[in-house]
Design a protein around this ligand. Structure first.
Ligand code: ZN
Length: 379
């Protein structure tokens, strides 16, 4: 199970909000998936972010302190993830998985507050994928990425109603935006607070709904972004684009956009971490006598010496000719595995030379011309 939020951030239980924010910034820098080599960086980043979110929200922090980690987690699991992120359901169905629609209900019931009146809320993080080829991953490149994502509705500025719509106080909640009742729950007698279903927590009813966003305050829009792909990126690594996610609530900042990178397989090179592997066919005379050959790399061809007496399957290492190391200096290596190719068709001269070669080595080979022909035609 995950650890206590205070220890995740490495702060005291009486840490101020400022200290918590500062601790989070340090963790965020350390575990930023763009920077960190830690394979669990994203997971750790998420934990730190979660801890910050809870501990910088007065109400949630109070609950957390009262209930303890386990019970708090449990209560969240039974319905709530992000308290107060109402309206997230609107973004479902996009290329990014849906938000936690309906998830905040129980959270609000148990903990009070929440709803769209609880002040600025950061928007949700969105996820997408981007495929690059090995050359791009080698060089580092700027890629265009088109995403369909929720944006603040331009026609009502996210309000959900035209600016000139008539406003009246919601009669269901008397403009409170919330309805309170006292009830018995497994956690004892608590005052429940629910977002008013009539006005959706706004406390106000408007005579008209924005026709562009149908009152949602946000619309799906296609945007093209430039993504900086750092040299050395590997498949499965995620780039975090700050403030490119879903719009926040009540003036809160946007969430982030997480871009998972997929590096395509290459025709010539196999990748193993920062190393590359290449298969080089050579002839029998090259293997026997040795030779200097040209080997392709992702940075032009280089010369490589094959020593005399090389066996098929032997591997040679070309230092620093592999992939660049992400966020570090240097490159991995290029491993060149040679394969001695046996000629399939011999001309007369080659045949005689090889027969002489065998004879000189004291080999007796029972060559039957017709035998080869027969075998070949049977395939
Ligand atoms: Zn609108």
């Amino acid at each position: 199970m995950s650890e206590d939020f205070y220890s995740v951030l490495g702060v005291d239980r009486d840490a101020s909000e400022e200290e918590i924010q500062q601790a989070f910034r340090e963790k965020a820098t350390e575990y930023h998936p763009d920077v960190s080599d830690d394979p669990n960086a994203e997971e750790k980043f998420k934990k730190a972010k979660k801890a910050k979110e809870v501990l910088t929200d007065d109400e949630k922090r109070q609950m957390y302190d009262q209930m303890g980690h386990e019970r708090f987690q449990e209560a969240e699991k039974h319905g709530a993830t992000e308290g107060g992120r109402g309206g997230m359901g609107g973004m479902g169905g996009g290329p990014f998985g849906g938000g936690g629609g309906g998830m905040n209900d129980i959270f609000e019931q148990f903990f009070g507050g929440g709803g769209s009146r609880s002040g600025p809320q950061q928007g949700a993080d969105l996820r997408t994928r981007l495929t690059v080829d090995l050359e791009d991953a080698y060089e580092g490149v700027t890629k265009q990425l088109t995403v369909n994502r929720p944006e603040r509705c331009p026609d009502c500025d996210g309000e959900g109603h035209p600016p000139d719509a008539d406003a009246r106080t919601c009669s269901a909640c008397n403009g409170q935006g919330q309805q309170r009742t006292v009830r018995q729950t497994p956690l004892g007698r608590v005052q429940q607070t629910q977002t008013c279903p009539q006005c959706d927590g706004e406390g106000t009813i408007y005579s008209e709904t924005c026709s562009t966003c149908r009152g949602d305050g946000r619309v799906q829009e296609e945007s093209t972004l430039e993504v900086e792909i750092p040299a050395g990126i590997r498949s499965g690594q995620t780039l975090r684009m700050d403030r490119e996610g879903a719009p926040g609530e009540n003036g809160g900042p946007k969430g982030d956009l997480l871009v998972e990178i997929q590096v395509e397989d290459h025709e010539e090179f196999d990748r193993d971490g920062d190393d590359l592997q290449y298969h080089l066919p050579i002839s029998f005379p090259q293997a026997a006598f040795g030779d200097t050959v040209e080997v392709p790399t992702l940075d032009g061809t280089v010369e490589m010496d094959i020593p005399s007496g090389t066996q098929s399957g032997e591997t040679f290492r070309l230092r620093n000719k592999g992939m660049p190391r992400l966020q570090r200096r240097g490159h991995g290596d290029l491993y060149v595995q040679v394969q001695v190719v046996t000629p399939e068709d011999l001309n007369e001269e080659q045949r005689e030379a090889l027969e002489a070669f065998a004879e000189a080595g004291g080999e007796e080979i029972d060559v039957e011309q017709g035998f080869f022909e027969k075998l070949k035609s049977s395939f």
